[in-house]
Design a protein around this ligand. Structure first.
Ligand SMILES: Cc1ncc(COP(=O)(O)O)c(C=O)c1O
Length: 376
């Protein structure tokens, strides 16, 4: 077995025996990513509420809290249940529409164990939550999800958001405490336009919050959240909270911003060459069931092979990753091993039962991805 990359770029030492495919995490890079984002948030005076959908792991949520996070962001009630019960998190924002009686019942139960805020982007959802909370004799904090250009969920920033905020604020047993947006669209534009788009999103949020406050609603929270724009949007005066998620690990898509390199990618997929059927082709023991199928936002193919920008993962089936090898490529013989930076780390993590934690090149711990598959 040989390792086909410069040792300095790898996180698992070449002499470490591993059973692949496996997702490994450099404790050192992870902690650095967590600490630097916490220091940035403190420096610009905004609260950090990281989105845990990236790691779904209790140990990492605890590291984020220890670094100064005020609470966490989850999409699904199931993620929040795991984080409250297994990581001891006391403050959760559900930044996703929580619709339907079964979920509301679980939400009410969760409210016994933690402070929970819920995003809404429709009067239907707000009304349903208001009636449920009245029935359960509870009051729920809600934040209005606002669309600043991503065109996913969220009510349009400005007058539409203002009007809906006023209606929600009148509903019994709900307390409108803020507005939130996911300015993910900043990363869809060419990188040199990201700053302008992120600042515009932040300013539109602050103006909308001011308009809502002019009606006598306190609205303490103006929340933004995205890793690509994490160093930009929160600098807009009036933003109070940021919710980046992907920053803990980073991935091949993060290379696109131009500020993140391999040395900031904490999570790597370790795979072994299991077939070399042609001089210009090899097969790795990973595929869509472990590496995930998300398209590349930066380096082409299905991931970035550390130390080998010229080798491309051209095709994935469930358990095969087919690589094209340029002429003169050294190594990539059967039983050689590579580290891959996935295109999009969040779905990759969600396919794994565990993360293997690496310190000084050695695997020192195994952390369960406790909220994997928690999509309800
Ligand atoms: C509502 C919301 N907030 C925050 C984030 C975090 O963004 P990123 O993955 O860029 O860190 C996401 C990502 O999907 C999101 O959907």
């Amino acid at each position: 077995m040989a390792i086909v990359a410069p040792a300095s770029e790898l996180i698992v030492a070449p002499d470490t025996e591993v059973d692949t495919p496996m997702l490994v995490v450099s404790e050192e890079i992870l902690r650095r990513n967590i600490d630097e984002m916490a220091a940035f948030a403190a420096g610009v005076g905004v609260s950090l509420r990281p989105h845990i959908k990236t790691h779904k792991t209790a140990q990492i949520a605890r590291l984020q809290m220890a670094a100064g996070a005020v609470g966490i962001t989850c999409a699904k009630v199931g993620e929040a249940e795991v984080m409250v019960d297994q990581a001891g998190i006391a403050d959760v924002l559900l930044a996703y529409p929580t619709i339907g009686e079964p979920k509301v019942r679980r939400l009410v139960a969760l409210m016994e164990r933690a402070t929970v805020k819920v995003a809404v982007d429709s009067l239907e959802a707000a009304d349903m939550l208001s009636r449920s909370m009245t029935r359960h004799d509870r009051t729920l904090d809600v934040v209005l999800e606002v669309n600043t250009g991503q065109n996913r969920s969220g009510v349009t920033v400005g007058a539409e958001a203002e009007a809906m905020a006023l209606q929600i604020a009148r509903l019994p047993n709900l307390r409108l405490t803020g507005i939130m947006t996911h300015e993910g669209h900043a990363n869809s534009a060419p990188p040199d336009e990201m700053e302008t788009i992120a600042i515009a999103a932040g300013e539109a949020m602050v103006a909308t919050a001011e308009a809502i406050r002019s009606h006598g609603i306190a609205l303490p929270t103006v929340s933004v959240g995205s890793t690509p724009a994490a160093r930009i949007t929160p600098t807009v005066r009036g933003i109070t909270e940021m919710r980046p998620g992907t920053y803990v690990f980073n991935d091949n898509s993060a290379f696109r911003y131009g500020t993140i390199g391999v040395d900031r990618c904490a999570a790597r997929f370790v795979a072994t060459i299991v077939s070399r059927p042609a001089p210009d082709r090899c097969v790795l023991d990973t595929g869509s069931k472990s590496l995930a199928m998300d398209p590349s936002r930066a380096h082409p193919g299905h991931g970035y092979i550390v130390g080998h920008p010229d080798v491309r993962i051209v095709k994935l089936s469930e358990e095969h990753a087919v690589c094209s090898l340029p002429d003169e490529t050294d190594g990539f013989e059967i039983s050689d091993r590579v580290e891959i930076i996935p295109n999009h780390i969040c779905p990759t993590v969600n396919l794994m039962n565990e993360l293997f934690i690496v310190r000084d090149g050695a695997i020192v711990d195994t952390w369960q991805v406790a909220a994997r598959g928690m999509v309800r």
